[in-house]
Design a protein around this ligand. Structure first.
Ligand code: ADP
Ligand code: MG
Length: 204
C-alpha cells in the first residue's frame, strides 16, 4: 500500500504555492517535507487530505485516485492528519477527547476508551488520560492531538509541523515516539518541518 503524489501544482491566482510536487510514501516509512514558512507545506498536506483542490496533478492512495474525494472520505480510506493549531475539546478530559472519535466511528464506549488508552500509551502520554484537556502544557497537547488522529487507525499519518514550538529535547522525544509508532502501527508518516536537522535524522 502506498500514497503517491504525482506532479501536484497549486496556484492561488497568479501565485504558485506548489510546483510539480512528487512524493511517494509507503507504510512504516517516514518521509520529511522540509521548507521555511510559506514554502507550501500546509498546502501540500491540505491537497493530500482533500482540503485543497490541486490545480493539476494526482493523489493516488493504494492505486486509486483520491483527488476529488472529500476530507471525510479520505480519512475513511485510511489517511489521518493533525493541524498546525489543532484544538482539543476543552470541556473533556484527555481520554474522552480520543474516545469520542471511536464512538463517532461506531465503536462502543468501552472499546473506544480501551483504544484511546492504548494509543495514549503509544505516545508516552498514558499519565495524561484523566487530566482535563484545557490547560495541558503545549507539548502534551501535541501528543494528545497525534494520539487522537491515530484513533482513525490510519495507514498514513500526516503531521503538519508537529514539533513547532518545542525545545530541541522535546522535539527529539517526539521524533523517537513517531519512529516507534510508524514501526509498531505499520503507519506511513509524512512529517513537515522547517528544522532540517531533525527531519533528516528521522526520515527514511
Ligand atoms: P507553509 O505551511 O510551508 O508555511 P503554506 O502552505 O501555508 O506554507 O503557504 C504557502 C504559500 O501559499 C504562502 O505564500 C501562503 O501565503 C500561500 N497561501 C496558502 N494558502 C493560501 C490561500 N488559500 N490563498 C492564497 N494564498 C495562499
Ligand atoms: Mg504551514
Amino acid at each position: 500500500m502506498s500514497l503517491e503524489l504525482g506532479s501536484i501544482s497549486v496556484a492561488f491566482g497568479g501565485f504558485k504555492a506548489l510546483d510539480n510536487v512528487t512524493i511517494s510514501l509507503k507504510k512504516a516509512e517516514i518521509v520529511g517535507l522540509i521548507g521555511p514558512n510559506g514554502a507550501g507545506k500546509t498546502t501540500c498536506v491540505n491537497v493530500i487530505t482533500g482540503f485543497q483542490d490541486p490545480s493539476s496533478g494526482t493523489v493516488v492512495l493504494d492505486g486509486q485516485n483520491i483527488n476529488a474525494k472529500t476530507p471525510h472520505d479520505i480519512r475513511r480510506r485510511g489517511l489521518a492528519r493533525t493541524f498546525q493549531a489543532g484544538r482539543l475539546f476543552t470541556g473533556l478530559d484527555v481520554l474522552d477527547n480520543l474516545a469520542v472519535t471511536g464512538v463517532g466511528l461506531g465503536h462502543s464506549r468501552r472499546a473506544s476508551e480501551e483504544e484511546a488508552m492504548r494509543l495514549l500509551t503509544c505516545m508516552d502520554a498514558a499519565q495524561l488520560a484523566e487530566l482535563p484537556a484545557a490547560g495541558l502544557p503545549y507539548t502534551d497537547e501535541r501528543r494528545v492531538g497525534i494520539a487522537r488522529a491515530l484513533m482513525f487507525s490510519p495507514d498514513f499519518l500526516l503531521l503538519d509541523e508537529p514539533a513547532a514550538g518545542m525545545s530541541e529535547a522535546e522535539a527529539n522525544d517526539l521524533a523517537s515516539i513517531i519512529r516507534r509508532i510508524a514501526d509498531e502501527l505499520d503507519c506511513g508518516v509524512l512529517w513537515s518541518d522547517h528544522n532540517v536537522g531533525l527531519v533528516l535524522s528521522l526520515s527514511n
